[in-house]
Structure formats: C-alpha cells, structure tokens
Design a protein around this ligand. Structure first.
Ligand code: NAD
Length: 290
C-alpha cells in the first residue's frame, strides 16, 4: 500500500517506521527536519498525500489537524482514506471527517493509547470512529502499528473513547496520589498500602501497573525520577479536551473538571511541566490541608 504519513514526532516516527518495515511504501512529511528509517520524505504534506491509498496524520492538536486536512483533502485520490491518529477534540475530528466525505474520501479518527513504547514496539491500542468501510481499509495498518483496534462507532467515536478513558486516568491518578500522601501522614508504610489497595476495591491501573510511589509495585516513571512516561502537560491537554467535550455535550463531569484544574495548577505554576503525570504524588507530599 502507498501510505502518506504526516507528523513524524515521538509517536508518528516509530509508527511510520513500523509500516515501512512491514513492506509498505511510506512517504512522510514533518514540519521539522526528521529522518525515519525506511520512510522517504516529501517536500510538503500535499506531496506526501497525493496518490496515497491511505494518509495517516499524527499531529499535536485539532487546530493543526484542521489546517493540514484543508491542504491535503483536495489532492487525495478518490476512495483513499484519511486516518487521523492524533488526540484531538471531537468537533475537529467530526469536521475533518465531513470534509473528507464531501471530497469522496474515507475517514477514520483513530487515537491511540500505549505511548512512545507502544509506538516503537507496534503494540498500540487504536480506538476508531468512522464507517465500516473506512475502518476496514485502515485495519490492516492498525494490525502492524498496534495489537488491538476497537471500532467504536461513527466519526468522532474514537476521540470520544480516548477522551473518556483519559479523564478516568487523570482522576484515578490524582485519587491514588492523594491516598498515598494521606497514608504517609497516617504512618502507613507504602508497601503495605500497595499490597492492600492493589488487591482490594481501590485497585486501578494507576495503582497496580503504574504506581506513583517509587520502589513500590512494578517499574514505573516514579522509579526514574518521574521522567515521562506520559507527561503532565499531555494529561492536562486530554483533560481539557474532556472538559471541552463535556461543555459542548452538556455533560456534568465534576471530577474531570477538578482533575483538569489540578493538573493546570501543577503544570503552570507548581513545576509539573515536563514531569510524568504521576509526579502528583510528590506534589501532594509537600502539601498540608490549608
Ligand atoms: P510530537 O510533538 O513529538 O510530534 C508531533 C509532530 O508533528 C512534530 O514532529 C511536529 O513537527 C509535527 N507537526 C506539527 N505541525 C505540523 C504540520 N503542520 N505539518 C507536518 N508536521 C507537523 O508529539 P507526539 O508525542 O508524537 O504526539 C502526537 C499526537 O499523539 C498528539 O496528538 C498526542 O496527544 C498523541 N499521543 C501522544 C502520546 C505520547 O505518549 N507521546 C500518547 C498517545 C497519544
């Protein structure tokens, strides 16, 4: 298959390399000067997209996605598929899908989970929105770049699933960190706290698989000085997307709102920028009630 790949950063670079390694003809473009093994580079997004059977985008946000889509949709071949794997707002995902459909293209919004490690290892999970035909066209590529792809529904459904998942993740990480900080102040040993909670009704992915306390549970960014992993500012981005979606859908999400406010404070004025999102634990450790 001839694949155009636009946005070859931390995630897009290894994803494109895996497609090339699997034998696809991958033509890439990035604003930055990057070289990816097996990928031939085009002069522009338009050049990478023209004549491709599938164009994949992996970009920072919805505004950039809309601008790139505006440029490439008119040059894409009839029946080709535009597969956006970035995490963006639901409204941008739907707007791009509508524009693509009007131009006779297939479209899938397919954000991922699994991070940079999953991108490099080809073990990402894709959550996809779009028609059955569009999903079927992209599915063989999801199989190369990931280990699971869930077709969640029509356009925007992939982004909706991603945003809801990450809202749970942000809220749960905060709950886990504040519980550890409270346990510390109650004189409870962290290993005991882990042993109990990880096998009791407070268990969660953040406790069991990504424990924010160093030296406790499986290896996690906490054991590496809270280097990301998944950066706090990316968590903030996703929580903001959840709140934007909640606003436009008139949904009541008080915990998501509180989590967004806390990560905003952490990233913007408490030194959280560039730290893993589990660095909420040392933040709570330093604080008292007042
Ligand atoms: P990144 O900043 O490393 O990569 C984005 C790339 O897009 C950059 O190389 C940038 O130069 C390029 N770019 C920006 N504007 C462009 C344009 N107009 N045309 C062409 N290229 C352009 O970010 P990333 O970590 O690779 O994340 C990409 C997306 O994946 C984001 O939406 C992010 O939220 C999502 N995501 C990231 C992770 C993660 O752990 N990093 C996990 C899941 C999802």
């Amino acid at each position: 298959m001839k694949i155009g790949f636009i946005g070859l950063g931390n995630m897009g670079g290894p994803m494109a390399a895996n497609l090339a390694k699997a034998g696809h003809d991958v033509i890439g473009f990035d604003m930055a000067d990057v070289a990816i093994e097996g990928v031939s580079m085009a002069e522009s997004g338009v050049a990478a997209a023209a004549q491709a059977d599938v164009v994949i985008t992996m970009l920072p946000n919805g505004q950039i996605l809309r601008a790139v889509a505006e440029d490439i949709i008119p040059v894409m071949a009839q029946g080709a598929a535009l597969v956006d794997c970035s995490t963006v707002d639901v409204d941008s995902a739907r707007a791009v899908a509508t524009q693509a459909a009007e131009a006779g293209l297939l479209a899938v919004d397919a954000p991922v989970s699994g991070g940079v490690g999953g991108a490099a290892g080809g073990t990402l999970t894709f959550m996809a929105g779009g028609s059955t035909e569009a999903f079927a066209k992209a599915a063989p590529l999801f199989d190369i770049m990931g280990q699971k792809a869930v077709h969640c529904g029509e356009a925007g459904a992939g982004q909706a699933a991603k945003i809801c998942n990450n809202m749970i993740l942000g809220v749960t990480m905060i709950a886990t960190c504040e519980a550890f900080a409270l346990a510390d102040k109650l004189g409870l040993d962290r290993q005991s706290m882990f042993d109990v909670v990880s096998t009791s009704s407070g268990y969660s992915w953040t406790m069991n698989a990504y424990c924010p306390a160093p030296g406790v549970g499986p290896q996690s960014p906490a054991d590496n000085g809270y280097q990301p992993g998944f950066a706090s500012e990316l968590m903030l981005k996703d929580l903001r997307l959840s709140q934007q979606a909640a606003q436009s859908a008139d949904a009541d999400t008080p915990m998501g709102q509180a989590a967004a406010a806390l990560y905003e404070q952490f990233v913007e004025s408490e030194g959280g920028l560039g730290t893993d999102f589990s660095a909420m634990l040392p933040r709570f450790e330093k604080r008292g009630r007042g």
